[in-house]
Design a protein around this ligand. Structure first.
Ligand SMILES: [Zn+2]
Length: 271
């Protein structure tokens, strides 16, 4: 029996409005210590970028933002790590609740912190490809996209080896083709924890847990530091603080977190 709606600070005005905002790239609520370079620049103009599941599907019909399933399962996904400042805490929380997750790692970060990558694997989580250098794929040539995905893929193995996530969720028909040619499947998200930080870390965790449905793919970040052309340093301690509230809300609603490969395996259709 799922929990019924009841008043609380984390309750939004409208589910639709909040999810629409959360889908918009998951940059709301983040406070970069160093703003990402080129944040406002894009080859096709920023308005041309894919910010919603529908836009991502238009650019790439194979894109997955959630799956259709009757099983009460959801997937927690963590981007941009591994990161010595936050990944260990995230792993400790996941272990405390015995919850598996999927880590979309940046290849450069994985190379810099092999011990963290090893711990992620050893604790039963899935590791997937978030490119080598966190470049905006929709600005790159076909050869550059291939290089980002191929190099990033060297750090990935196991059941999620064929899954990638374009940084910021920005894709294009060209990116889609490059991924397809490499046999990779693009995984996006249906909601993002950091997009709800206007109501605090606890509120964000509770709200995302409350909104989750069977088949939801939830994005959050364990990585705060990225080097390279889109260098950024973001304090992810609020993401860490939100995580226990999110997990407890999901558990209260009888929604069980699994890895993305496990979620895909029970999907009727991915969308
Ligand atoms: Zn990212």
């Amino acid at each position: 029996m799922r929990e019924r709606p009841r008043p609380g600070v984390w309750l939004p005005v409208s589910r639709r409005a909040v999810l629409a905002a959360a889908a918009a790239g998951c940059v709301l609520g983040t406070t970069p210590v160093t703003p990402p370079a080129h944040a406002e620049v894009s080859a096709g103009g920023d308005e041309a970028r894919t910010r919603t599941p529908a836009e991502r599907r238009r650019a790439d019909p194979g894109s997955v933002s959630s799956v259709s399933t009757t099983h009460p399962l959801v997937a927690l996904t963590f981007d941009d790590g591994p990161d010595p400042d936050h990944t260990p805490e995230v792993l400790t929380i996941l272990r405390r609740y015995a919850v598996p997750a999927t880590f979309f790692v940046v290849g450069a970060n994985a190379a810099a912190h092999p011990e963290l990558l090893a711990r992620i694997r050893a604790e039963g989580h899935a590791v997937a490809n978030h490119t080598q250098n966190h470049r905006w794929l929709d600005e790159l040539t076909q050869a550059e996209v291939r290089a980002e995905l191929t190099l990033g893929g060297r750090h990935v193995d196991g059941p999620a080896v064929g899954l990638y996530r374009p940084p910021r969720g920005w894709t294009s028909p060209l990116v889609a083709r490059a991924g397809r040619d490499l046999g990779l499947r693009p995984i996006f998200w249906s909601d993002c924890v950091e997009a709800h930080f206007d109501i605090g870390a606890r509120g964000a965790g509770l709200r995302v847990g409350y909104f989750a449905e069977p088949g939801s793919i939830i994005l959050m970040h364990d990585g705060g530091s990225v080097v390279g052309p889109n260098a950024q340093r973001i304090d992810r301690s609020r993401s860490v603080a939100a995580l226990p509230h999110l997990i407890e809300k999901l558990q209260k609603r009888s929604l069980t977190p699994v890895t993305v490969p496990q979620l895909l395996s029970v999907s009727r259709t991915a969308q």
